[in-house]
Design a protein around this ligand. Structure first.
Ligand SMILES: [Zn+2]
Length: 107
């Protein structure tokens, strides 16, 4: 079975600490698998259970996507932060490189 990377409960981005929450109904409510709330300092990810069948790697990739949004928010790169194509491509490469070089904690 494929190893999962450890998605932390909290992640620090400069002076902010975001809490990562898994929720069951995100996809139904927002038609997305993750989002980030800058004021609340919260990243929400669609959980893999229930009626939403989701591959673990999609969840991990989604976490990196929201993480990159958070980084760009913290460094005041509003243009890049709102550029979903940039965020998706950049976070995908970051995730792939770290994963394939075994720099991520797996469980
Ligand atoms: Zn996004």
């Amino acid at each position: 079975m494929e190893k999962k990377i450890r998605i932390p409960e909290k992640i620090v981005i400069l002076d902010k600490t975001y809490t990562i929450k898994f929720v069951d109904n995100l996809q139904h409510k927002t038609d997305s698998y993750g989002d980030i709330w800058y004021q609340e300092q919260e990243i929400r990810l669609q959980s893999e259970g229930g009626d939403v069948n989701r591959h673990r790697q999609a969840t991990e990739s989604c976490f990196f996507h929201e993480f990159v949004h958070g980084i760009l928010h913290s460094i005041s790169e509003a243009g890049l932060r709102e550029n979903e194509d940039f965020v998706t491509r950049f976070s995908s490469v970051l995730y792939q490189s770290l994963r394939e070089s075994k720099m991520l904690v797996t469980e």
